[in-house]
Ligand binder design. Structure first.
Ligand code: UDP
Ligand code: UDP
Length: 473
């Protein structure tokens, strides 16, 4: 607790190392940084959290203000972003990638900020999407730079090696490899799992950023990652044996980060009235819009499944713009028809709280890595429906470790195919009734908690890094 932290700090003779953290934009990047900040503070590290302004989503600004009032011993430091320049010609870019770019372009402002902090820093920990523009700054200050990779180790293998693969041969060079990417040292990855912008010949921000960041990460002092050994042994092993990229710094699994239980926004009382394990929670994260056509098929599927559900509907990527009336979005008296069976909401929910509720027995998820790690933490089976980015790589992990099922044929979201209600209903019934997956999910939960508990592999990794920082004092 906060009280405990204050006590142990004031009793100590010598203050711990001072470390600054720099998250990127979007809740999927901010959330793991907040959890990491608290884990460090619990080990007597002094933490300065650099926040970039303005934030893109309402969720981030709300969360930050709640966070700093709940954790007053973590010091906020604001970085005001420069206006974005030359970020590609077309405006079809994802607004979140544009925001990464704005932070990247503002990196030079970090130099005076970092050198003004007191006591002097032992390290800066940066989000992977900022690596190539931030590492030169820390190098110029002779400050150790660590990366916090907020996705799976499976994704990290692609992230750090993509620049070596791309351009090494034309996409259709050889018949045998045409449908696969050979990541060095690992099983080939089907091309259908690769984020589509990476395969595109049209220049785009995601591709440029992954190439530049992936290349530069070799110059960081260590890569911390929100995963754990038991679920991603192969990827972590290959990365640390130098099989993926030669000379990569050590990759240290320190996850899954436990939830923070920051102040609750309104709880969902409806859940309290539902039988244990009866409710499917449906959410595609904080930044994924679904077409109205697909929303209606999904509604049809949930209704057909006969299962109870709690569904967070999103029509726009950025929450401030998501204004459609729920009744109109769903159409045709859907909300009335499912009354008593399902609850549909359009606002932000406290997912940590929802997913740990005893009524929730399944999660239809896009497989953002934070959603996956929250499902792991609570042993909730996932029905994986990846929509974009790293999500197919994560869905593969979910399926492989027995945490859930992935229907690969559903493809990416966003109109590649419209998945029909009938099929969705069938898979929802599958996941809610699948005893094998329930057992698998419960086992992952045990392993997750063991990893970050005393003596666990991820806890040891964290302590080791802190010991390195202490030596610089
Ligand atoms: N989240 C939440 N309420 C919502 C939507 C998302 O609390 O209504 C949280 C979720 O618990 C997770 C984060 O926002 O911690 C989203 O990150 P994730 O990696 O799952 O997906 P992204 O939103 O980045 O696609
Ligand atoms: N909200 C949001 N994202 C968040 C937190 C809140 O969109 O991360 C919305 C929420 O749906 C509500 C409003 O902001 O409409 C107020 O938020 P909250 O529930 O946190 O209430 P407060 O504690 O600020 O009174």
């Amino acid at each position: 607790s906060i009280f405990h932290l204050k006590m142990s700090n004031s009793q100590k003779q010598k203050p711990g190392p001072h470390v600054a953290l720099l998250p990127s934009s979007g809740m999927g990047h901010l959330t793991p940084f907040l959890r990491f900040a608290v884990s460090l503070a619990q080990e007597d590290v002094q933490v300065t959290l650099i926040t970039t302004h303005p934030t893109i989503s309402h969720a981030e600004s709300q969360t930050l203000s709640h966070f700093f009032s709940n954790f007053p011993h973590i010091t906020p430091k604001q970085l005001n972003l420069l206006p974005l320049k030359n970020a590609g010609s077309d405006n079809s870019e994802d607004p979140f990638y544009l925001k990464y770019e704005a932070i990247r372009q503002s990196s030079p402002l970090l130099k005076p900020l970092l050198s003004s902090l007191s006591p002097p820093l032992s390290a800066l920990v940066t989000d992977m999407s900022l690596a190539s523009t931030v590492i030169p700054v820390t190098q110029s200050l002779s400050l150790p730079n660590y990366i916090l990779f907020t996705s799976s180790a499976q994704m990290l293998t692609l992230f750090v090696s993509f620049h070596t693969i791309v351009g090494s041969k034309a996409p259709n060079d050889s018949d045998k490899t045409e449908d696969f990417f050979q990541t060095p040292g690992l099983q080939p990855i089907p091309k259908s799992w690769i984020p589509p912008p990476l395969l595109s010949d049209t220049p785009n921000l995601l591709k440029t950023q992954i190439i530049e960041n992936g290349k530069k990460m070799i110059q960081s002092d260590g890569i911390l990652i929100n995963t754990f050994q038991t679920i991603e042994q192969d990827s972590l092993g290959a990365l640390n044996d130098g099989k993926v990229v030669n000379g990569l710094p050590r990759v240290i699994p320190i996850g899954p980060f436990p939830p923070l239980h920051i102040e609750k926004s309104q709880s969902i009382a409806w859940l309290d009235d539902q039988p244990d394990g009866s409710v499917l929670y449906v959410s595609f994260g904080s930044r994924t819009a679904m077409s109205r056509e697909q929303i209606r098929e999904l509604g049809d599927g949930l209704e057909r499944s006969g299962c109870m559900f709690l569904w967070v509907v999103k029509e726009r990527k950025v929450d401030r713009e998501d204004e459609g009336e729920l009744g109109e979005v769903m159409g045709d008296g859907f909300i009335e028809r499912v009354k008593g069976k399902g609850l549909v909401v359009k606002n932000w929910v406290n997912q940590e709280e929802v997913i740990s509720h005893k009524a929730v027995g399944g999660f239809l998820s896009h497989c953002g890595w934070n959603s996956v790690s929250e499902a792991m933490w609570n042993g909730v089976p996932i029905l994986a429906w990846p929509q974009h980015g790293d999500q197919k790589m994560n869905a593969f992990v979910v399926d492989r470790i027995g945490l859930g099922l992935w229907v690969e044929e559903w493809g990416w979201g966003g109109g590649e195919v419209v998945v029909k209600g009938e099929e969705i209903g069938e898979k929802v019934r599958d996941i809610m009734g699948n005893e094998l997956v329930k057992v698998g999910a419960r086992q992952v939960r045990e392993e997750a908690r063991r990893a970050v508990g005393d003596g666990g592999g991820s806890k040891k990794g964290l302590i080791e890094v802190i010991e390195v920082w202490k030596k610089s004092l």
